[in-house]
Design a protein. Structure first.
Length: 540
């Protein structure tokens, strides 16, 4: 094995965003671009002699990247790499495999819900030994290393068959090509009442799971159709494709319209669900309602003890700041703590490790628990299936019963995508400048009780994260939140999050219930004046 040392020069812009480094495939295809970032990981995290997990969502460029990273791992003294067969591992499966095998870390190749293919997006992120995304102090150090890099190490070739399970040697390094589903499926069987769900399917109930031609397909097929006995064909678009069939693999009302149509027809199945590119997001859909992610977290928290893995009750819950406060109401009734973190799953890691929270979730169609350190799409679907199967209630009935008891938090996110970056920054700066005079004033017919730029002090490692989103909170609990996305690859994306709690009128259309807040949010930030946009590109 000959280790080559290749000279290179730093690239601008290799700073990881909300979830790793995401760029166009064409950016990653530039000579040395991927290699620089990977070497920066090896230069930052001591991985000589370590065990590393490697896999991705199967999108275009995945296999090329796997080959490069295996060769660089061998050249940097890694002892063993566990790689998913075909280069495939869902994001939650990477987390599961890291934890189960005691690996030191993992590299995930994914741009999540972003479109794939030669003109689509690619991404890479490093996860630490707890199975979760590296915290900011590590991603900052990786970025710093990308800015001073002058060379990287790689071996000339790695002779192993990515498509055949087994153990291979690449120089002194072991490469284990593992089944991508086995460890994950085993973990799911420890958490859920498989007998009850099997009986529910055996009684003739039906499910429509849209894997969106992405990573969840093999997991959903094995678990739902295989182990749980859902009728063959319940999982649609179950074969991962390099370009996700040309679709946007994002399970939300804007991009999972086929699923929603299937759930609204006369012969609709009993249960609808979808998962995203790397299988960490989920959407659950009833015959009448799409379950909003914020409501999903709240319903799961309120009913967790019906699920065997959570029968002992919850230590606490956590949500990202823009996520609705529906779960806060549940936490209050349960007498458990509810933490509010910045956007980004990495912020839940310390709370989960410290045993302070059991469930956590985000408005961006992410829900998870302490079973791994990533959000988990298939797990969330199994949670809901377990609740439906053991309660005898449908998705809609569970949701409506929840609202009747706890009240409803009408919620929506309006995205203004691919806007000019300078205009987006000016908009946020303008809002920041207004903050001091907003408290006490009236907007949308209500009094503003709090207006700030959210900052987070991690209660475990005491790290401080500032400028995490502009919050306007009204005295009736309604909120408008503004943030710039950290996952887009095209200009800037302004996200406007809208929330209106309601105790009495529980059956309104969310956009109608939020109409006064929507109008106020546009006016306060002068969205049209500064970005030229009158309407959002995506409404979830
Ligand atoms: C990632 C993060 C999530 C975050 C989401 C949206 O999800 O893991 O924590 O909520 O991006 O982030 P932003 O609003 O900055 O675009 P994923 O599924 O894309 O990995």
């Amino acid at each position: 094995m000959t280790i080559q040392t290749i000279s290179t020069r730093a690239f601008d812009g290799q700073k990881p965003g909300t979830s790793g480094l995401r760029k166009k495939v064409t950016v990653f295809q530039q000579p040395h671009y991927l290699e620089n970032f990977v070497q920066a990981v090896f230069d930052t995290v001591p991985l000589a002699g370590a065990t590393l997990v490697l896999g991705g969502d199967g999108r275009f460029h995945n296999r090329v990247a796997v080959d490069t990273i295996v060769r660089m791992a061998a050249a940097n003294g890694v002892a063993r790499v566990l790689v998913g067969q075909g280069g495939l591992l869902s994001t939650p499966a990477v987390s599961c495999v890291i934890r189960k095998h005691g690996a030191d870390g993992g590299i995930i190749l994914s741009a999540s819900h972003n479109p794939g293919g030669p003109d689509g997006d690619f991404g890479i992120k490093y996860n630490i030994g707890n199975g979760g995304p590296a915290p900011e102090k590590i991603t900052d150090a990786i970025y710093a290393a990308t800015q001073t890099i002058t060379e990287y190490r790689i071996v000339e070739s790695a002779e192993f068959d990515l498509d055949a399970l087994g153990r291979y040697s690449v120089g002194d390094m072991i490469v284990d090509v593992i089944d991508p589903v086995d460890d994950y499926a085993e973990l799911m069987q420890q958490l859920f009442d498989f007998d009850a769900i099997r009986a529910w399917f055996a009684a003739g109930h039906t499910l429509h799971f849209d894997a969106m031609s992405a990573a969840s397909g093999p997991y959903a097929t094995r678990l739902l159709e295989g182990l749980l006995g859902a009728p063959a064909g319940s999982v649609v678009n179950g074969v991962p494709l390099e370009d996700f069939g040309g679709h946007h693999p994002d399970p939300n009302p804007a991009h999972a319209t086929d699923l929603i149509d299937a759930m609204r027809g006369n012969s609709a199945p009993d249960f609808g669900a979808a998962s995203d590119g790397d299988a960490d997001r989920n959407m659950v859909v009833g015959r009448k309602h799409n379950v909003s992610p914020s409501d999903s977290l709240a319903v799961l928290a309120a009913n967790a003890t019906l699920i065997p893995g959570y029968a002992k009750g919850l230590a606490g819950v956590a949500r990202s700041m823009p996520t609705s406060c529906a779960v806060d109401v549940v936490a209050k009734e349960l007498g458990i703590e509810c933490f509010e973190t910045p956007t980004g799953w990495k912020f839940f890691g310390n709370l989960l490790d410290a045993g302070k929270v059991t469930l956590c979730g985000e408005e961006s169609y992410g829900t998870g628990s302490d079973h791994v350190r990533e959000k988990d799409g298939v797990w969330a679907v199994l949670c809901w299936l377990n609740l439906v199967a053991t309660s005898g209630k449908s998705i809609d009935e569970l949701l409506e019963a929840h609202w009747a008891h706890f009240g409803r938090h009408y919620y929506s996110r309006h995205d203004f995508e691919a806007i000019d970056t300078a205009a987006a920054n000016a908009l946020v700066d303008g809002l920041r400048a207004k903050l001091p005079i907003l408290v006490g004033s009236e907007l949308a017919g209500k009094r503003i009780a709090l207006a700030d730029d959210f900052a987070y002090d991690d209660p475990i490692d005491h790290s401080h994260s500032a400028k995490q989103g502009i919050r306007i909170v009204f005295d009736d609990g309604a909120r408008i939140v503004y943030r710039l996305s950290g996952t887009g690859t095209d200009g800037a994306t302004l996200r406007v999050y809208l929330e209106q709690p309601e105790r009495e009128r529980l059956d309104l259309d969310a956009q109608e219930a939020l109409a006064p807040l929507i109008a106020a949010s546009r006016e306060l930030a002068d969205i049209k004046g500064l970005t030229g946009r009158e309407v959002p590109t995506v409404v979830t």
